[in-house]
Design a protein around this ligand. Structure first.
Ligand code: AMP
Length: 386
């Protein structure tokens, strides 16, 4: 029997970045206490949590003590070691369960799982040697993208291979025992479907979100995405199928490419709230973080209905290169919401915050969000806008 974990209880989060922070905000708003465990201190999530435990994920005694102090454990990144979730599971349920992490921690495993349930993915091949790579290039052709099978995110551990490139050199540079070669998809656009699944198997899906990346990092998201009804429906069906087959209790994001001939190909999964879903905080009845709280606590899910068209732009550390951004100017846009993650060090490419703009149409929301971000740059004309 799954007992409902009611407000007043303490929720545990493994990981302490911005996703943990926004989870903690949602949990606190619902009246829960939050403990976070990560190897860092003064973290985005720790600043909001009741208790911040500073320990390595491999310190299984610390993980066990942490789990003893909470009613449920969840996580904000998928690369939590299996030994860590196993140690926590002895004292508190881990949601989503460790098997979901296992399926999504390795790109090959993830794609094979998707194939096994009939979900189309980017064409791919496993690479463990020079010979594998040569075979994979012959099979998939170039251009293609060579990615480490484990521990990849935001384009880290990836090499684009163009015709004429030295593929073997790229393979050596990745210095990994296992990689995946993916055909390069000349897509129409990138989409994500974020959804939540509760303990009883109930599912709430947000409408497909349109995403634009810059240097492999998410730059602009907007929703509703202008899509033929059939495509939007197919994207939601894919999200529902994955949440169901993995028996996720929590939130999951499916990132996909829409090809020029109208096909959806899944690129990757994230078994947690996702950057593209941040706009649900301001634009939807129930945000993705509150859904994570409700799901892992065994509460009914909230409505995923969108209240207004919205766009989100990320604020990366690059914005700090000429000093502190002009926050008051962004706040001068009354329909734009500023979210900052409390990170002390602004490094290029580091996600420091985001802006969400609300408007009558998605197009206007995108323009507003970009204008608000531009205003942060102050009078420095040399800085480029996305
Ligand atoms: P990933 O780390 O797999 O999410 O990749 C980051 C971004 O790189 C994606 O969102 C795409 O913009 C781009 N990308 C990754 N894989 C491919 C691919 N096979 N074909 C085209 N673009 C890709």
């Amino acid at each position: 029997m799954n007992q409902v974990i009611l407000p007043g209880a303490t929720l545990g989060v493994l990981g302490s970045g911005q996703l943990g922070r926004m989870f903690a905000v949602a949990a606190r708003r619902l009246g829960y206490r939050v403990h976070v465990l990560s190897p860092d201190d003064d973290t985005p999530a720790g600043q909001i949590a009741d208790v911040e435990i500073n320990a390595s994920y491999d310190d299984l005694d610390a993980v066990a003590r942490f789990a003893q102090g909470v009613s449920v454990v969840t996580f904000e990144f998928e690369n939590v070691p299996a030994a860590t979730t196993d140690a926590a599971e002895r004292f508190a349920p881990v949601r989503p369960r460790g098997a979901v992490l296992h399926a999504t921690q390795n790109r090959l495993r993830e794609k094979r799982f998707l194939q096994s349930i009939g979900v189309p993915t980017t064409p791919f091949a496993a690479v463990r040697s020079d010979a594998d790579l040569a075979r994979a290039v012959a099979e998939l052709g170039l251009p293609a993208v060579l990615k480490t099978a484990d521990w990849g995110y935001d384009g880290k551990g990836q090499r684009m291979l163009q015709p004429g490139d030295d593929a073997a050199a790229a393979w050596r540079e990745l210095a990994t025992p296992e990689a995946i070669l993916e055909a390069f998809v000349d897509y129409e656009c990138e989409l994500s479907v974020v959804g939540a699944r509760g303990i009883a198997g109930d599912i709430a899906l947000y409408g497909p979100i349109h995403n634009e990346h810059r240097h492999h990092i998410l730059d602009v998201s907007h929703t509703p995405a202008a899509l033929p009804e059939k495509v939007a429906g197919a994207a939601l069906d894919i999200g529902r199928a994955i949440l169901t087959h993995l028996e996720v209790v929590g939130v999951l994001c499916v990132e996909m490419f829409l090809t020029r001939d109208g096909q959806l190909l899944v690129n990757e999964l994230a078994p947690r709230p996702h950057n593209s879903g941040h706009l649900t905080i301001d634009a939807h009845v129930t945000c993705q973080f509150e859904q994570q709280v409700r799901a892992v606590c065994g509460l009914p899910l909230g409505s995923a209905r969108q209240i207004q068209p919205a766009a989100m732009v990320n604020l990366l550390g690059d914005l700090w290169q000429h000093g502190e951004p002009a926050w008051a100017r962004a706040c001068g846009f009354p329909e734009v919401k500023l979210h900052l993650y409390g990170k002390q060090q602004a490094r290029p490419g580091r996600k420091m915050g985001h802006l969400t703009a609300l408007a009558a149409t998605t197009q206007e929301a995108v323009e507003l969000a970009l204008a608000a971000r531009k205003s942060l740059e102050g009078n420095v004309e040399s800085m480029s806008n996305a």
